[in-house]
Ligand binder design. Structure first.
Ligand SMILES: Cc1cc2nc3c(=O)[nH]c(=O)nc-3n(C[C@H](O)[C@H](O)[C@H](O)COP(=O)(O)OP(=O)(O)OC[C@H]3O[C@@H](n4cnc5c(N)ncnc54)[C@H](O)[C@@H]3O)c2cc1C
Length: 526
């Protein structure tokens, strides 16, 4: 047994980690009347949703750079608008780019722009999108709930299953059959059924594989696409960029925690979770300080929580094996460029620069990029999601300067040649790929920062540097996420809960895992 907490605990709840999910969880718990303390290792709150200076005067949303998944109800509930959250850009357009082709706006509401490439695709796009959106809408209530438990006859579990079944039943015969047919399919097969334009298929396939260790031919790759769309249904589906970057969202969440009576300590690393009488009883900090609590909620990823902070001695071997085998090696890197002028992408209007650009010219291109990751190599021609946040928010760079923020795949965590030897070559190769679409870009680069998955692991304390804290796939989803025995936010140890991206419904700046975890704890205490 670790150190003992005697008498009344210092807090009702300690949240380990002030990532956005930890903050959301803390805000809801504090609003329920509980005393709450958030302990964040970094100097600032937000985890992978922060704004940092990466070159003198140049700031960027390190890791997450687009906001589109957080439910409007949560933003309203927590009063984030009145706590400093403002948008620099909303409804940001998506444009597919390629070195040898003119840019293609991807907009199902305006398929006419596609007609010049393919009349058939222009005709098919709205119906394809509408159907996927209907399927996603049926899935969306699944995201927002604590997953029901298997093997229990409780009315809550029965009601949950009934609700899910009813939403799917309401789809009607044709859509229900389509959901069953495509749910486990690879996204290449789905897109080949509907479209012929490689640039369009590449852009649509990109969203299916973003953040995951999968290519468009990987079985089950339709699932993350539907899942992302289901989350977007709650978030209003519009890509947005807060003024001041994603860190502004996290700062607003922190203010919501404080306004509800919670407390936050940054630069405070938790070393161990305290256990007393077979329950979580508080934490021990790196400094040696002990803080007791009736409940401990971890925003850290599942491997960190169980294998480092708790310790295997408190868990049965089957559970430890499941956590150890959880697939959580990231493949996503981030490149930040400080530029001395606005980048000029060939043929791209300025209005498109305010949105996101996707460099993934075809499904074959993506699959080839993914092939490297299977052999622990980085892609020689990576796929890239590009934003230029300064196109809509001048506060992020000195006068005349601009920032380019690029999410890049595939960059495997466990690079065979070792990242310390290869990082400069990879950064160079990404800039080359960008230069082919935006001639002159390289000459305008003042400074560059590359975050590889091991950098993300180290700087953001995420095992494997994984976008979702653990791969989001059919075998690590919903009632088996992160693993059986911890999929309702409760863990095998009484008083210990999870609230981060490693739980249902996964990563992305959504806040739902945090809100669901708070609900699970409040419900259990009732
Ligand atoms: C390169 C990249 C790009 C991305 N882009 C997007 C995007 O554009 N849009 C989007 O929606 N999502 C994006 N994501 C995903 C998204 O950023 C994450 O899924 C999400 O931010 C995870 O939030 P979280 O609160 O669950 O965990 P985290 O943000 O990881 O927060 C966990 C917190 O716990 C803290 N912590 C861990 N251990 C301890 C300890 N021992 N003591 C104290 N504190 C501790 C960490 O410091 C951290 O602050 C991206 C991810 C990556 C990697």
């Amino acid at each position: 047994m670790a150190g003992a907490a005697v008498g009344a605990p210092d807090y009702d709840c300690i949240v380990i980690g002030g990532g956005h999910n930890g903050l959301v969880c803390a805000a809801y718990l504090a609003r329920s009347g509980r005393s709450v303390l958030v302990l964040e290792a970094a100097n600032q709150v937000g985890g992978a949703a922060v704004t940092r200076e990466f070159a003198p005067g140049f700031k960027v949303s390190a890791c997450a750079h687009l906001l589109h998944l957080m439910p409007g109800s949560m933003i309203r509930d927590l009063g984030l608008d009145s706590r400093g959250l403002q948008m620099a850009a909303t409804g940001m357009p998506t444009t597919a780019i390629a070195p040898d082709q003119s840019p293609l706006p991807i907009n199902p509401d305006n398929p006419a722009v596609l007609a010049g490439r393919s009349g058939a695709d222009a005709a098919a796009f709205p119906a394809y999108h509408a159907r996927l959106r209907r399927l996603a809408e049926a899935l969306h209530p699944v995201l927002d709930r604590v997953p029901p438990r298997l093997g229990t006859d409780s009315w809550q579990a029965r009601l949950s299953w009934l609700r899910i079944g009813w939403r799917i039943r309401r789809l009607g015969r044709r859509d229900m059959r389509e959901l069953l047919r495509i749910g486990g399919m690879c996204v290449q097969d789905l897109l080949d059924e509907h479209f012929e334009t490689p640039l369009l298929k590449g852009a649509l396939g990109f969203d299916a594989v973003l953040g995951t260790r999968a290519g468009p031919r990987s079985p089950g790759s339709v699932f993350p696409l539907l899942y992302r769309m289901a989350a977007e249904v709650q978030g209003g589906s519009a890509l947005a960029q807060p003024v001041g970057g994603l860190g502004a969202l996290s700062d607003a969440l922190a203010r919501a925690v404080l306004a509800a009576g919670g407390a936050i300590r940054t630069a405070t690393v938790v070393r161990r979770i305290l256990v007393q009488n077979d329950r979580a009883a508080g934490v021990v900090l790196e400094s040696g300080e002990q803080i007791s609590a009736a409940n401990v909620i971890s925003n850290a990823d599942p491997k960190t929580t169980f294998l480092q902070l708790l310790g295997v001695e408190y868990l049965d071997t089957g559970f430890v094996r499941r956590i150890a085998h959880l697939r959580a090696h990231g493949v996503t890197a981030k490149l930040h460029l400080a530029l001395n002028r606005l980048p000029q992408f060939t043929g791209l209007p300025h209005s498109a620069l305010i949105g996101r650009l996707l460099l993934a010219p075809s499904l074959d291109y993506i699959e080839r990029a993914f092939n490297h990751a299977k052999y622990r190599e980085f892609s020689s021609q990576p796929i890239i999601e590009i934003t230029v946040p300064t196109a809509s928010d001048a506060s992020l760079a000195p006068a005349g300067g601009h920032v380019l923020s690029a999410v890049v795949q595939y960059a495997p965590y466990e690079l065979a040649a070792g990242w310390q030897h290869e990082r400069a070559r990879f950064a160079d190769l990404i800039i080359d790929a960008l230069e082919r679409c935006a001639p002159g870009l390289r000459a305008s680069v003042e400074s560059a920062e590359l975050l590889t998955p091991p950098d993300i692991e180290r700087q953001f304390r995420i095992s494997g540097g994984h976008w979702h804290h653990a791969e989001l796939a059919l075998d690590q989803f919903f009632i088996v996420r992160p693993v059986p025995g911890a999929s309702q936010y409760r863990t095998p140890l009484g008083g210990l809960y999870l609230c981060g991206a490693g739980c249902h419904p996964g990563g992305g700046v959504m806040g739902i895992a945090g809100r669901n975890a708070a609900r699970a704890l409040i419900r259990e205490a009732a």
